[in-house]
Design a protein around this ligand. Structure first.
Ligand code: NAP
Length: 293
């Protein structure tokens, strides 16, 4: 069997198109949608990420502003910046770039983002509301996973689902989503005694761990839907024996594609869908703020 590829890039470009239309509609009828990203310090990865956010926003018609604070900014100064952005009616979405410098408490900072402007869905209030199936804005990667599962067409009611990895912004919210859809869910983690025993039962298998190729083909039930969240940079020999850098997932794609019924590639699966969900949340945030007025 060769699995159907759940092409995150293709789905993401469809979603971007819809978002572009929605942004145009909101801009005409209610005024611009504006995303503000807060960057503390001069972390190169954070700056790069901000640049790609800016490009994406320009493409979809969203206004974008990068608010930069110095590396040694005090916690109170960061919180005061968030208070200002929360209170500004022109700002409809807020992102805080991670990692923050070590002297700042990331959880406290995330708590301060208005849950209605929290487009990444990282405020603990939003993560907690996932439990009630009523988040104002849900975490983007968890949304990406759920959208990919939906597009696989699998019937979740009564299905056996296994989520490997139980982080707060990916594994746990995905586990809750599957439960809300009446799957029978097993949450695997570092202390799971026999991982293979669980994964082999899974009609739907979600892996969000951060360990290259943790899940080999023989751990997958034939015909399963496999969603690979992992992004791992590895150095390994190419076909000529030369060491090259590659990005691989938590699933051994080459083997798994012969066993699974549907599978996400890495790269090109959950990654682009996460970005698409950030854009969708940016529109959703505006819609919810208008609904609240
Ligand atoms: P995380 O916060 O490090 O969580 C990893 C989880 O996996 C933890 O629950 C950990 O348990 C568990 N774990 C570790 N080793 C395990 C093992 N051998 N068997 C079973 N469970 C194990 O990571 P995350 O933020 O969820 O991210 C996971 C992966 O997804 C990373 O590769 C990350 O880069 C990637 N990611 C991708 C996207 C995207 O857009 N595609 C977005 C976010 C994350 P303990 O905490 O108990 O050790």
């Amino acid at each position: 069997m060769t699995a159907r590829i759940l092409d995150g890039k293709e789905y993401a470009s469809e979603i971007r198109l819809q978002v572009t239309r929605d942004v145009a509609w909101f801009t005409t009828h209610h005024g611009p949608i504006k995303l503000c990203a807060v960057l503390v310090g001069s972390d190169a990865a954070g700056r790069l990420y901000a640049e790609s956010q800016r490009k994406l926003c320009v493409k979809t018609g969203v206004k974008y502003e990068l608010v930069e604070l110095p590396e040694d900014a005090a916690q109170d100064a960061v919180l005061a910046t968030l208070d200002r952005l929360n209170a500004d009616p022109e700002v409809t979405g807020i992102i805080v770039q991670l990692p923050l410098p070590a002297h700042l408490d990331a959880a406290l900072v995330q708590w301060r983002i208005d849950p209605y402007k929290d487009v990444e869905g990282v405020n603990p209030a939003n993560i907690g509301l996932v439990f009630y199936n009523e988040p104002i804005l849900a975490p983007c990667t968890a949304l990406a996973v759920t959208e990919l599962i939906r597009r696989s067409g699998v019937e979740l009611r009564g299905a056996d689902a296994v989520v490997v990895g139980q982080s707060r912004i990916v594994g746990k919210p995905v586990t809750m989503f599957l439960l809300h859809n009446e799957a029978t869910v097993t949450g695997c983690h570092i202390a799971t005694r026999d991982l293979a025993h669980h994964t082999r039962q899974a009609d739907v298998l979600v892996v969000a761990v951060g360990k290259p190729r943790l899940i080999a083909a023989d751990l997958i039930k034939p015909g399963a839907v496999v969603i690979d969240v992992g992004i791992n940079r590895v150095r390994e020999p190419d076909e000529n024996g030369k060491l090259v850098r590659r990005t691989v997932g938590d699933v051994d794609f080459a083997g798994a594609v012969e066993v699974a019924g549907a599978i996400t590639p890495v790269p090109g699966g959950v990654g682009p869908m996460t970005v698409a969900m950030l854009l969708r949340n940016t529109v959703e945030a505006t819609r919810k703020q208008l609904g609240r007025r």
